[in-house]
Design a protein around this ligand. Structure first.
Ligand code: AP5
Ligand code: MG
Length: 213
């Protein structure tokens, strides 16, 4: 089973993916996590992606697509893919369809996490990630037991460089003008399920799990 999570920044893709990937034995591949790793390591792809990432713009396909196709080439023993943050454009969706078709596979299910814009901005303002593994926390809705420290691995928490000011507005604009068209693309193929992502993390989790059953 290959699943895509679509949702604006702060809609809870990464949060829900942490649960669903282990429950359904899917390989969680997050384009943003791949970029943050590449930027932190200073690889050529990371260096090329960095200015786009920090402005909140889409990273060009020459950099992004290769990274994703590489990451999904091996399932590592998992039963399928759980894609988070990719595809974001119709061109990327078509490339993914082609690559999966080459291995006799397809996109099976697409979950759209729908959340009002004001709530997205509030969630991003309170988001912290852990340095070691990118576990996601929130000072309002999901605080760690010890402020500034990840409950799971004890590493330090930090705020993403694109979670502030103009980059947030830019990312939301791109989502609601460009990426949102993918919802129709997959709805026409009868693969898309829209879920109300504005409830608590647990409420959304229950709904996502039901949609994937
Ligand atoms: P990426 O890292 O994918 O960021 P994003 O799409 O902007 O999404 P986020 O990670 O911000 O949100 P999320 O939905 O995962 O929310 P989360 O679960 O963390 O991409 C970053 C950048 O990389 C892009 O801007 C672009 O530059 C580049 N890029 C990535 N993919 C690309 C592509 N395909 N092509 C080109 N460029 C690409 O939750 C947010 C917060 O809310 C957390 O604090 C969480 O604890 C909290 N929270 C979650 N759910 C709830 C809930 N139900 N109630 C209350 N709080 C909640
Ligand atoms: Mg994310």
């Amino acid at each position: 089973m290959n699943v895509i999570l679509i949702g604006a920044q702060g809609s809870g893709k990464g949060t829900q993916a942490q649960f669903i990937s282990s429950e359904m034995n899917l390989k969680h591949t997050a384009s943003g996590d791949l970029l943050r790793d590449a930027i932190a390591q200073g690889t050529p792809s990371g260096l090329a992606a960095r200015p786009y990432y920090e402005r909140g713009d889409l990273v060009p396909d020459e950099v992004m697509v290769g990274m994703i196709l590489d990451a999904i080439s091996d399932l590592g023993g998992k039963a399928g893919l759980l894609l988070d943050g990719f595809p974001r454009t119709l061109a990327q969706a078509r490339i993914l369809d082609m690559r999966l078709a080459e291995r006799g596979q397809r996109v099976d299910k697409v979950i759209y996490l729908q959340v009002p814009r004001q709530q997205l901005v509030e969630r991003l303002a309170g988001r912290y990630l852990c340095r070691a593994h990118g576990h996601i926390w929130n000072i309002a809705s999901l605080p760690p037991k010890t402020p500034g420290i990840c409950d799971y691995d004890g590493s330090e928490l930090y705020q993403r460089s694109d979670d502030t000011g103009e980059a947030v507005a830019r990312r939301l604009d791109i989502f609601f003008t460009e990426t949102i068209t993918l919802v129709d693309y997959y709805a026409q193929q009868h693969k898309e399920v829209t879920i109300d992502g504005s409830g608590t993390i647990e409420q959304v989790h229950v709904a996502v799990r039901a949609a994937l059953r």
